[in-house]
Design a protein around this ligand. Structure first.
Ligand SMILES: O=C(O)C1=C[C@@H](OP(=O)(O)O)[C@@H](O)[C@H](O)C1
Ligand SMILES: C=C(OP(=O)(O)O)C(=O)O
Length: 439
């Protein structure tokens, strides 16, 4: 859904956050589950599927390419795979909605099809850089036209003979790595991707689970074209990035003791846990086995005073979507927090450094932007005021957290896109103790 719908939140100090809660399924895994189950031979059931707009946009795209996908109940899908060469030409442009993940992964996957496709997105996605995938894909033989300046729409010319590539990516991006690996399924020879910093490895793990031969280790993946995928049931773990808002809120609000149940804790996602602990957070992790091949843990978070730190750059890629929430934590910590090496934040659903800096200042915090991060001066909570999320789900939810530490109300503008990653956030948060309602 595009931004600018006019839906706002009024968020204000609630009570301590207590009890247990389970957040919805992982967005990254949900996208990949639809894509790979669609390309598999046979029928796969997906449980824990994220009923968010991003994952549903990907689902709708595969339906339009001839894949039958049933919904036996909310959060579950039955995907009737068409096989690696079974997709059919859609009858018009494919809408990725707000999802960078959807569009970038599809760019690689569709480059290997015999038919042409056009990928479009909403206002936010239409501003995001796509050359990071189209340029390396062109080196494999793909023919993809972008809009002026390298942004969507993407016009993907089918029928290209792709050849494998051995490449070191310029940015640490699981989306870029995954686009290349998905094109590699259709390429002659081997595709090898090396990354400047390791990123989430869900594409690699799921390809392996569905029987495609692949070698991978942190920062490295290699596969060859010409194999097939076998259908398999997939269980999607709870999304760490959705849990993050509650982890930060429970750390900050005095008297809180909140348990987040069975959260996916893939090591490439949990940088925030390391960083919050360095700041003094009280988080107990109890392993709770595996879900869909991913480690899951119960996370018990108790309020603790936080102190500012220099965020170690080695954690940046492992917490890339958690910085808006971390900025709120840093603004409530004692002392100064410095974030560096996070320029990627400028090309997410919004420029997350600028939108967080503007919003935090609007509610009374002290923060300086730098080209690749920020310097955040901690204080004793916020004054309140009005902030704009610029249609960015993670910004909206981060300010709902900030409001729990605010003396006055916080009006958060343009919150409709929260449904892209976290449907039901408002009621789950209110149930846990947040002061939060639609305006
Ligand atoms: O591969 C994925 O599912 C994602 C990768 C990340 O983007 P980059 O890999 O571009 O940093 C992340 O920000 C996004 O929310 C989901
Ligand atoms: C950056 C994000 O997602 P995407 O790139 O898929 O739009 C996000 O969910 O924070």
């Amino acid at each position: 859904m595009s931004s600018g719908t006019g839906m706002d939140w009024i968020a204000s100090k609630g009570g301590p956050l207590r009890g247990e809660l389970t957040v919805p399924g992982d967005k990254s895994v949900s996208h990949r589950a639809i894509m790979l189950a669609s390309l598999a031979d046979g029928v796969s059931r997906i449980d824990g599927f994220l009923e968010g707009e991003d994952a549903r946009a990907t689902e709708a795209i595969f339906r339009r390419m001839g894949v039958r996908i049933d919904t036996p109940q909310p959060g579950s899908r039955v995907v009737h795979g068409v096989g690696i060469d079974g997709l059919r030409a859609p009858d018009g442009p494919l809408d990725c909605g707000n999802a960078g993940t959807g569009m970038r992964l599809l760019a690689g996957l569709l480059a290997g099809q015999p038919f042409d496709t056009v990928l479009v997105g909403d206002a936010s996605l239409s501003k995001r850089p796509m050359r990071r995938v189209t340029l390396p894909l062109a080196r494999m033989g793909a023919r993809i036209d972008t809009g002026e300046g390298g942004v969507p729409p993407l016009r993907i010319h089918g029928g290209s003979a792709l050849a494998g590539i051995d490449i070191e990516t310029e940015v640490a991006s699981a989306q870029v790595k995954s686009a290349l690996l998905l094109a590699g399924l259709y390429a002659r020879g081997a595709t090898t991707v090396r990354e400047p910093h390791p990123t989430r490895d869900y594409t690699e793990r799921m390809l392996q689970a569905l029987g495609w031969p692949i070698e991978f280790s942190p920062g490295h993946a290699r596969l060859e074209g010409g194999h097939r995928l076998a259908a398999r049931d997939i269980v999607v773990p709870a999304d760490f990035s959705s849990a993050a808002f509650f982890i930060v809120a429970a750390s900050l609000v005095p008297g809180s003791e909140l348990t987040l149940r069975r959260v996916g804790v893939n090591p490439r996602r949990t940088g925030l846990l390391h960083v919050l602990r360095l700041m003094g957070a009280d988080i107990t992790e109890t392993p709770a086995g595996e879900q869909g091949g991913e480690p899951v843990s119960d996370l018990r978070v108790r309020h603790a005073p936080l102190r500012g730190i220099e965020v170690p750059e080695e954690h940046v890629a492992d917490m890339i979507d958690e910085f808006p929430a971390l900025f709120v934590a840093a603004a409530c910590a004692q002392g100064t927090t410095v974030v560096r090496g996070a320029a990627e934040l400028r090309v997410k659903e919004s420029d997350r450094i600028a939108t967080m800096a503007t919003g935090l200042r609007a509610i009374g915090a002290s923060i300086e932007e730098t080209p690749d991060g920020a310097i955040i001066h901690g204080g004793d909570g916020f004054d309140g005021g009005g902030v704009e999320s610029h249609g960015d789900h993670r910004i909206a939810m981060s300010f709902a957290v900030a409001a729990q530490l605010s003396r006055g109300e916080v009006r958060v503008g343009d919150i409709a896109n929260v449904a892209t990653s976290f449907p039901g956030f408002e009621s789950l948060a209110a149930g846990a103790g947040f002061g939060l309602r639609a305006a």
